[in-house]
Design a protein around this ligand. Structure first.
Ligand SMILES: [Zn+2]
Length: 253
């Protein structure tokens, strides 16, 4: 226990002295709120579909109704979930730090609902929609959620799709640039709940590290990023983050 206390104190000191903190969150943070990963959600009815069928342009072209219903199913899970104490701690940290960036790989809005003001979503938003043809944003209408097929765009008649990044698609350019800048310019880069294997999860901490940012990692187990971490705090982020905020020296931020 003493060891964990010392690590918390070391990490808190780094955060307290930082001018710019960049936080990077992944699936583990949402999983603690009951929003599972893509594969976790593939239970029951959905267990016999594969990811390529449900989250790709090819799968959408082949069976738009199934993809639509899959995303409505996942959206309902997100809406029923609540931010956990880790989300809340990050929203509080944002208010304490001089400069703060939060980059997430998660497509839910749990960070926003916990009070985070500026969230950079690298993989899009499950609660937003746009036209698959002309890309005009679309607001869901009554009946859309339960419909067997996606609605059609009022401008060009192509199908409406969720504004998430599918397999084989580029990450949104603006968000990528913001995330890169946030990694380059931070003093402390806090990696939370991501294994760091998938692009760009592996790159962002490496950029921060190369530019002199100190890496703090919070994960339930060691990851591909742990070698870069100055401090590794093992445990669920919903438990570690509130403790980390409690460990901050009261007057320094
Ligand atoms: Zn359109």
């Amino acid at each position: 226990m003493l060891h964990q206390q010392e690590l918390l104190a070391a990490a808190a000191k780094m955060l307290a002295n930082a001018r710019h903190i960049t936080v990077f969150t992944g699936a583990g943070v949402s999983a603690e709120s009951g929003v599972g990963t893509f594969r976790d959600a593939q239970t029951g009815l959905w267990s016999h579909f594969d990811a390529q069928q449900l989250a790709s342009q090819e799968g959408f072209a082949a069976d738009p109704g199934t993809v639509w219903r899959w995303y409505q199913h996942r959206l309902a899970i997100v809406e029923a979930a609540q931010p956990n104490p880790g989300h809340v701690a990050l929203a509080n940290l944002e208010m304490l730090a001089p400069h703060f960036s939060l980059v997430t790989q998660n497509i839910d809005d749990l960070h926003e609902r916990a009070g985070s003001r500026h969230v950079i979503h690298l993989h899009g938003h499950i609660g937003r929609f746009h036209c698959n043809g002309c890309e005009t944003p679309y607001t869901l209408r009554s009946g859309d959620r339960e419909a067997p097929m996606p609605p059609c765009c009022p401008h060009c008649t192509a199908y409406i799709r969720p504004s998430v990044v599918w397999f084989g698609e580029m990450l949104p350019e603006q968000e990528m640039q913001k995330a890169w800048r946030a990694a380059e310019h931070c003093d402390v880069f806090l990696v939370i709940g991501t294994s760091g294997v998938v692009y760009p999860a592996a790159q962002l901490p490496a950029i921060a590290h190369r530019r002199g940012g100190a890496i703090i990692e919070i994960n339930t187990e060691r990851s591909a990023l742990s070698a870069l971490a100055e401090v590794l705090l093992l445990g669920p982020s919903g438990e570690v983050l509130p403790k980390l905020l409690d460990a901050l020296p009261r007057t320094s931020l």
